[in-house]
Design a protein around this ligand. Structure first.
Ligand SMILES: *Cc1c(COP(=O)(O)O)cnc(C)c1O
Length: 450
């Protein structure tokens, strides 16, 4: 067996000279990593050659919080201002520039929160923000309005209210813990949350969205993993954007989690200058599946303050998706999604493969441009019961959406105010009162109706 390659890979990421003398035992201690995070010009200048734009970004008084673990900082190329790791965590002055469409809360999460930090957008699942703290801070953070603020994290009382809402809302079968980063919570606090959620009979799955394995793989200890595995079915999404973030340390953290039976997914954000190239994403998804991490979503950048210089066109994303489908394993292909501004949720976008349709034929093209016809069956019998019954039942009838139209449940979906607009139009056309109708006999013959 010893002739097989080691899995997960051995070895460690080389460290900059500054930390060469730190004993491995300290470097591998997540507490040491957290308490030695870099956040000032002086800190970063000791390991990288800062550009004037970075110095301006780091010196700006009202910037979004900066903090980078020594481990993640050690992945930065000190001499490359365009290093994709560096761009994600070191601010540049440009991030303060406003752009058209920019919002503080572009996904309208606050408006969709029945209690603080609990976003209930979809019928059967909720997003539960459990902390505002992270191991390091991504410059394009979609929740920069709350994340990073020491003074405004979620309290025990907020957690109680969030859990009480879930307990009283039986259609919630999936709870997604996020923040901030749930794996930054003290372990007993996280365990208490998982315990209380698992005790709710209608909560079928619990998910954790975290970048801790990427920023702070040292935190994925046996002790943490042994705690997590008690709360199955538990799923986890990590957040890797570029192959440079994939190290032996991350691979070992993922192996621990996967060995504990936690299915792993990855959510990337498409970022200009970081990963907006088909070869970069191809390499990334291949490295992910090697770690048993299934690429889950590739997000279009949100319209949030700080992300202006990271935005790509959707066309750039579609071109990347074109380079994936057919060219590599289906398992390696994430869903490219735009999280709709205003709170519409995630919608998938894909290149078009269906190019024409008639009553009995579909014409498709594949990734190579090969065009072929699929002939529809003529004797297809739909199941007897075609009416779609949501399970669990929907509290909000409107959320049946387009599937509800197909089921014949409704015939239209109208924008808010649509009815009033159209009836007012009729009402504003003033009919002359009945008694004011002229006597027909006084009208010329050609205008009379009788
Ligand atoms: C992303 C998100 C979810 C989960 O969506 P999935 O497509 O099921 O992964 C749930 N609630 C909110 C508010 C979200 O933003």
């Amino acid at each position: 067996m010893s002739d097989l390659p080691a899995y997960p890979p051995q070895g460690r990421t080389p460290r900059p000279a500054l930390w060469a003398d730190v004993p491995d035992a300290q470097w591998d201690d997540w507490r040491w990593q957290l308490s030695h995070r870099l956040n000032t010009v002086e800190d970063f200048a000791r390991i990288i050659n800062l550009t004037p734009e970075e110095i301006a970004g780091l010196s700006a008084p009202n910037k979004f919080r900066v903090d980078v673990t020594p481990y993640f900082a050690s992945l930065i190329d000190p001499d490359d201002p365009d290093c994709p790791v560096r761009l994600q965590v070191i601010p540049r002055a440009r991030e303060l520039e406003a752009f058209e469409g920019m919002m503080e809360d572009s996904l309208a999460e606050d408006a969709h929160s029945p209690v603080p930090g609990l976003v209930h957008r979809y019928p059967d699942r909720v997003l539960m923000l459990v902390t505002t703290q992270c191991a390091s801070y991504c410059r394009y953070c979609t929740r920069s309005r709350i994340v990073g603020n020491y003074h405004a994290t979620f309290s025990r009382r907020d957690h109680d209210l969030q859990i009480e809402y879930i307990r009283r809302t039986p259609q919630v079968r999936d709870v997604l813990l996020s923040g901030g980063d749930p794996l930054i919570l003290p372990q007993p606090v996280l365990e208490d949350l998982l315990h209380r959620l698992r005790a709710i009979p209608h909560v079928e799955i619990i998910r954790i969205g975290t970048r801790v394995p990427v920023f702070l793989p040292q935190r994925i200890t046996d002790e943490l993993v042994d705690m997590l595995r008690k709360y199955h079915p538990l799923w986890m999404n990590i957040h890797v954007n570029h192959p440079k973030e994939i190290t032996p340390e991350l691979a070992r953290a993922c192996a621990k989690l996967a060995d504990a039976g936690i299915p792993l997914g990855n959510q990337s954000v498409l970022l200009a200058g970081v990963n907006d190239h088909p070869n970069t994403i191809l390499k990334l998804v291949h490295e992910l599946v090697k770690m048993r991490v299934r690429p889950y979503y590739l997000y279009q950048c949100d319209l949030v303050r700080g992300s202006g210089h990271f935005r790509t066109t959707v066309a750039a994303g579609l071109e990347i998706m074109e380079a994936l489908r057919g060219h590599t394993s289906g398992y390696a292909i994430p869903t490219y999604a735009v999280d709709l501004p205003g709170g519409g949720g995630k919608v998938p976008v894909m290149p078009n493969y269906l190019i024409a349709q008639s009553h009995d034929r579909l014409v498709f093209r594949n990734f190579e441009g090969y065009i072929s016809t699929y002939v529809e069956p003529t004797d297809y019998q739909r199941p007897k019961k075609t009416k779609w019954v949501p399970d669990p039942p929907l509290a909000q009838q409107q959320q049946r959406g387009v599937a509800g139209l197909l089921a014949g449940e409704d015939t239209t979906i109208k924008p808010e105010g649509w009815h009033a607009t159209h009836t007012q139009r009729g009402a504003s056309f003033e009919q002359p009162p009945a008694e004011a109708q002229p006597d027909e006999t006084e009208l010329p013959i050609w205008m009379r109706m009788h």
